[in-house]
Ligand binder design. Structure first.
Ligand code: BG6
Length: 516
C-alpha cells in the first residue's frame, strides 16, 4: 500500500470525507464493468477513496461483463479513464491500486460465470484478506437486475445469515419503468435479498449540497419556524441541463424521458428533503421514514387531471451559447416521430398539515440555456406594507435559494432601505459559497455513496416503500401521456427555458418561473 496518510494530507478533497470509519475488508464486484458509469464514476470514486485512506488495505475490485477481456486488458482500460497527467504521483498510486483489480468475463445469465466468480472471490479472500465480505454493484441495464440477483443467490454469493460476513447489492437507476415493474422488481429481488442488503442508489442524495439541505434546516433554529404554509408562499425546484443526448444516450433516453430519468428519482428526493419533518436522529430508519412520508403525501391524480398539473416538452433545434444544436428528433438513437419528453414542469401540493395549499413547482429539461440545479423558497410578503417598494413581482418578500450546482451555496434575499430621505426599499442578498467558506471542494457523490454502502449505512439510499410511493405519483402522468390520443409534447427551441405552456402552471399565483 502507498503512504495513505501523506496522500490524504496533500489532497484537501480527500480530507472532506470523514476519516473516522474505514470499512471492513471486502471485495467489490462491478457488473457492467466495461460500461460508461464504471469508467466515469465508479472506478474513479474507488480509486480516490483508496488514495484518501478510506478503503481498507484488504480490498479488491472485480469487473464482471460480457466482453472477453483479461485482467490486464481491464486494468489498462481503467487506467486510461483515471490517468491524470497533472498528478506526478499517479503512476505510483496506480501501481499500488491496480494489482487488486481483476476481471471475470461472462454473460449475466450464464450460471457458469457466477461459479467462476465465486471461485475467484474465494481466491481473492485468500490473496487479499477480503474475508468473504462482498459488495455487488449492478451498473447494468435494469432488465438484468433480477437475473443477476437470482444468479448471485443460486451461486451462494448472497448470505442469508447476517451474523457472519456481509453481502450487499447496489442497484443503479432506473428502478423499474413504472409502478408495476418496480413492484415486480422489488418482489423478485426480495426473494433473495433482505431489505438491509439492498442499496438503491440516487446519486443526488450523495451530493454534498443536497445533504446540506438537512443541515440548513435542522442544524439552525432560524429557518425551521418559518418553514411551512404560514410563511412559505411557494417552492421552485429546478434541474436545468444544457446537455442533450451526448455520449450516445439517445437510445436509453428515448425509452425513459425526463419524467422517469429525473423527476421520479432525483427531483422527488430533493422535494422530500425540503418538505420532510425533522427526523428523531440522522440514522437510516429515521431519515428514510421522514422522506417516505413526504412521498406518501403527494396527490395521486387521475390521468384526465394530469394536464392541469403537468406540462411536458421536447427540444427542437436551436442555439446554446452561440453554438447551433440539433433538435431531439434528429439525435442518434431517437425513434422517428418520438413523443418522449425532454422537459417536464409540474405544480403539486402536498396533502399534509405543514404544506397544505403551498404550490411546489418542479421542472427539469435538457438543452435549456445553462446547467443549474437549485431550490428556491419564496416566503410570503409582510402582512402590511409600510414602505415604498420598487415594483418587481416579489418585492417585499424574502427568497432563499439553495444552489445545488454549480456555484454551490445559498443566498437569502431581503429588503433594505435605499439610503436617502425616502422610505424606499431595494432587494439585497446575503450569500454563502462553498468555494469561499470551505477550503476543501465537496467530494464526488459516488465516493460518499460507495463509502456509506461499504460501511453498511443506507440512509442516503432509497427504500422499497419510497420507490413505490414515487412511482405511484408518477404513474398516472405516464398513463396520460401514453394514451393513444395524447397530443405530442409541445416543442421548445434548444437554448430556451422550455415550452411557453409551462407558464400556465403559475396561473393564480404571483410567481413566475425563475430565469436562472
Ligand atoms: C442522471 C440522468 O441520473 O442524472 C441524466 O440519467 C442526467 O440524464 C444526470 O444528466 C444529472 O446528474 P448531475 O449530477 O449531472 O446533475
Amino acid at each position: 500500500m502507498s503512504d495513505l496518510g501523506t496522500i490524504a494530507e496533500a489532497n484537501p478533497l480527500r480530507q472532506a470525507l470523514p476519516r473516522a470509519k474505514v470499512p471492513e475488508p471486502c471485495a467489490i464486484v462491478l457488473f457492467g464493468a466495461t460500461g460508461d458509469l464504471t469508467h466515469r464514476k465508479l472506478v474513479p470514486a474507488l480509486y480516490h477513496l483508496d488514495q484518501g485512506g478510506h478503503l481498507p488495505g484488504e480490498c479488491a475490485v472485480v469487473g464482471f461483463a460480457r466482453r472477453d477481456w483479461s485482467d490486464q486488458q481491464f486494468r489498462d482500460e481503467l487506467k486510461k479513464s483515471l490517468a491524470n497527467p497533472k498528478d506526478p504521483g499517479f503512476e505510483d498510486s496506480w501501481a499500488d491500486f491496480s494489482p487488486r483489480i481483476s476481471y471475470n468475463a461472462s454473460n449475466f445469465d450464464e450460471p457458469a460465470g457466477y461459479e467462476k466468480l465465486k471461485q475467484k472471490l474465494e481466491e481473492i479472500d485468500a490473496a487479499h484478506g477480503t474475508r468473504g465480505n462482498r459488495l455487488f454493484y449492478l451498473a447494468v441495464s435494469p432488465e438484468y437486475f433480477s437475473v443477476i440477483v437470482e444468479h448471485l443467490g443460486k451461486a451462494g454469493l448472497i448470505y442469508e445469515d447476517d451474523s457472519g460476513p456481509w453481502s450487499r447489492v447496489i442497484l443503479e437507476k432506473p428502478f423499474g419503468h413504472d409502478l408495476a415493474s418496480a413492484r415486480e422488481l422489488n418482489r423478485d429481488i426480495s426473494r433473495i435479498l433482505r431489505e438491509d442488503q439492498i442499496y438503491r442508489i440516487d446519486h443526488y442524495l450523495g451530493k454534498e449540497t443536497v445533504q446540506n439541505i438537512l443541515a440548513l434546516r435542522f442544524g439552525n433554529s432560524m429557518f425551521e419556524p418559518l418553514w411551512d404554509r404560514r410563511y412559505v408562499e411557494s417552492v421552485q425546484i429546478t434541474a436545468a441541463e444544457e446537455l442533450g443526448m451526448a455520449g450516445g444516450r439517445g437510445g436509453y433516453y428515448d425509452k425513459s424521458g425526463a419524467l422517469r430519468d429525473m423527476v421520479q428519482n432525483h427531483l422527488l428526493q430533493l422535494l422530500c428533503l425540503v418538505a420532510m419533518e425533522p427526523p428523531v436522529d440522522l440514522g437510516a430508519d429515521a431519515v428514510r421514514n421522514e422522506r417516505a412520508k413526504v412521498l406518501q403525501s403527494l396527490p395521486i391524480w387521475k390521468p384526465e387531471e394530469v394536464g392541469q398539473h403537468v406540462v411536458r416538452g421536447q427540444y427542437a433545434g436551436g442555439s446554446i451559447q452561440g453554438n447551433d444544436v440539433p433538435g431531439y428528433l434528429e439525435e442518434k438513437g431517437v425513434a422517428p416521430g418520438s413523443k418522449t419528453e425532454t422537459y417536464v414542469a409540474l405544480r403539486v401540493t402536498l396533502n399534509n398539515w405543514r404544506w397544505a395549499g403551498v404550490p411546489f413547482f418542479v421542472r427539469t429539461g435538457k438543452r435549456l440555456p445553462k446547467r443549474a440545479t437549485e431550490i428556491a423558497i419564496q416566503f410570503r410578503k409582510p402582512p402590511t406594507n409600510l414602505f415604498e417598494i420598487d415594483t418587481e413581482a416579489h418585492a417585499g418578500a424574502n427568497l432563499l435559494v439553495l444552489r445545488i450546482q454549480p456555484n454551490e451555496g445559498a443566498s437569502l434575499a431581503f429588503q433594505a432601505k435605499i439610503p436617502g430621505s425616502r422610505r424606499r426599499l431595494q432587494e439585497v442578498r446575503m450569500d454563502f459559497r462553498y468555494g469561499t467558506a470551505f477550503a476543501a471542494p465537496p467530494p464526488e457523490a459516488y465516493e460518499r455513496l460507495l463509502l456509506d454502502c461499504l460501511l453498511g449505512d443506507p440512509s442516503l439510499y432509497t427504500r422499497t416503500d419510497a420507490v413505490e410511493a414515487a412511482w405511484k405519483f408518477v404513474n398516472p402522468i405516464l398513463e396520460a401521456w401514453g394514451a393513444p390520443d395524447a397530443p405530442p409534447p409541445p416543442t421548445y427551441p434548444a437554448g430556451t427555458w422550455g415550452p411557453v405552456e409551462a407558464d400556465r402552471l403559475m396561473e393564480g399565483t404571483e410567481t413566475e418561473w425563475r430565469r436562472l
